[in-house]
Write a protein that binds this ligand. Structure first.
Ligand SMILES: Cc1ncc(COP(=O)(O)O)c(C=O)c1O
Length: 400
């Protein structure tokens, strides 16, 4: 009985729910002085913390410009507009919906290309094959924090005269060939929402060496108005308030530690889950560092003995939260189905969407939590047949 999984009647491994993320925020002590100065000066927006935050990020990434915005999504929308994209844009479907919604908001047509099943990132070969006579850009994602194949994608973009933009929502803390993700291609848009390593509460930041784009972003986040009340173009309100910039500034001080600790936790996950059959991990280039904004596995149900959906259900019984990212992938979602190509060109997208599972991970996760989660997965595998039978019976009973 003792090593039976909870789904078969044993007590759950965790007596309280282990959430998928736990945002790591600066302490009250670290925030106090800045919060006081915001309140006392009344400068709640467009103040010194915004400037300091942007300067600190530009220095950290080694770029000429870092422009803070209300979100990664508005950063992407304004970047597409500022770079003058038209027509078709190649983008993965195995990504979060905002990679694609931002394109549609900018009046562009997403052309979905497949990802590599190992890295889970946009395949440069598939991206090249998806180029049409109307293509103006490629948008790549550092999926789950794993740096994209930047060099190969840049070569494709150069061959076809295309812009290369990175949806770097998961990218802070990731290193590409030893340097921070953020200075390559035409622009990167990072997300600073609470599930990320670098947190501003909500917010985004675009890094670029393109002066004209930076200027466009600064005007664009102010309705397209540079202050003379004569809009240069149709912008939006995409400003980052001072409290958020202050939070981001303080969070930046903990970034390196956060990335290192996440990698250490993932090493435990990989070591322990790697002992079980049917579990594959994201392939990371040996000279890169994944930020591990997310830890996700690819499950071979036949080898592991339990399907992805049953594993998730059995883990819920152990009080372990999981996510099926990205199921459904973007091209299967209601708003984007009419852009979908024949699914035969997206085999890895479909494979990953139907068989991936993301596990709890946060920047200061305790070793025993990671070990407990691995123990839960191990127990479920060891009782694979009974788990599958019990969950099938439960499903059939609820269907009657
Ligand atoms: C890949 C990807 N792109 C874009 C976004 C949107 O970020 P934001 O919520 O900051 O707009 C997210 C959100 O997590 C994401 O995962």
């Amino acid at each position: 009985m003792s090593n039976q999984p909870a789904i078969l009647g044993n007590a759950p491994i965790f007596d309280r729910k282990v959430n998928i993320v736990r945002p790591q925020l600066p302490s009250m002590d670290e925030m106090q002085e800045g919060v006081r100065s915001i309140i006392e000066t009344g400068m709640v927006t467009k103040g010194k913390f915004l400037r300091e935050f942007e300067e600190a990020i530009a220095a950290h990434l080694g770029v000429n410009h870092a422009v803070a915005l209300s979100s990664c999504t508005t950063g992407l929308m304004l970047s597409y507009q500022g770079l003058g994209l038209t027509g078709d844009v190649v983008v993965p479907s195995f990504t979060f919906m905002a990679s694609v919604s931002s394109l549609v908001w900018a009046g562009l047509r997403p052309v979905f290309a497949d990802v590599d099943a190992g890295t889970t990132n946009l395949s440069p070969e598939a991206a090249e094959a998806a180029i049409t006579p109307n293509t103006s850009a490629i948008v790549a994602v550092h999926n789950f924090g794993n740096p994209a194949e930047i060099e190969a994608l840049q070569a494709v973009a150069d061959r076809h005269g295309l812009k290369l933009i990175f949806d770097s929502a998961h990218g802070f803390g990731a290193l590409y060939r030893g340097v921070p993700v953020g200075k390559q291609g035409d622009a990167h848009s990072f997300s600073l929402s609470p599930t990320k390593l670098l947190i501003a509460g909500e917010g985004g930041i675009v890094s670029t060496n393109n002066d004209a784009l930076a200027d466009h972003l600064r005007k664009g986040r102010e309705y397209g108005n540079d202050g003379n009340y004569d809009s240069a173009f149709a912008g939006i309100n995409a400003r980052m308030p001072e409290f958020n910039a202050l939070l981001g500034l303080k969070s930046l001080q903990g970034l390196e530690g956060a990335a290192q600790r996440r990698n250490a936790t993932v090493a435990i996950y990989r070591r322990e889950m790697g002992k079980l059959p049917g579990i594959e991990f994201q392939r990371v280039h040996p000279e890169d560092r994944n930020s591990y904004r997310e830890f996700s596995i690819l499950l071979d149900a036949d080898a592991f003995g339990v399907s992805r959906d049953h594993l998730a259900q059995a883990l819920t019984a152990e009080n372990i939260d999981t996510r099926k990212y990205y199921d459904p992938p973007v091209h299967r979602q209601t708003a984007y189905r009419h852009f979908a190509p024949d699914e035969s060109v997206l085999p890895n997208t479909v494979l990953l969407a139907e068989n991936s599972l993301s596990f709890p991970l946060w920047s200061n996760m305790e070793e025993e939590t990671a070990l407990g989660i691995c123990e839960a997965v191990t127990r479920i595998h060891q009782h694979a047949e009974d788990v599958t039978k019990a969950l099938n019976q439960a499903r059939n009973a609820s269907a009657v």
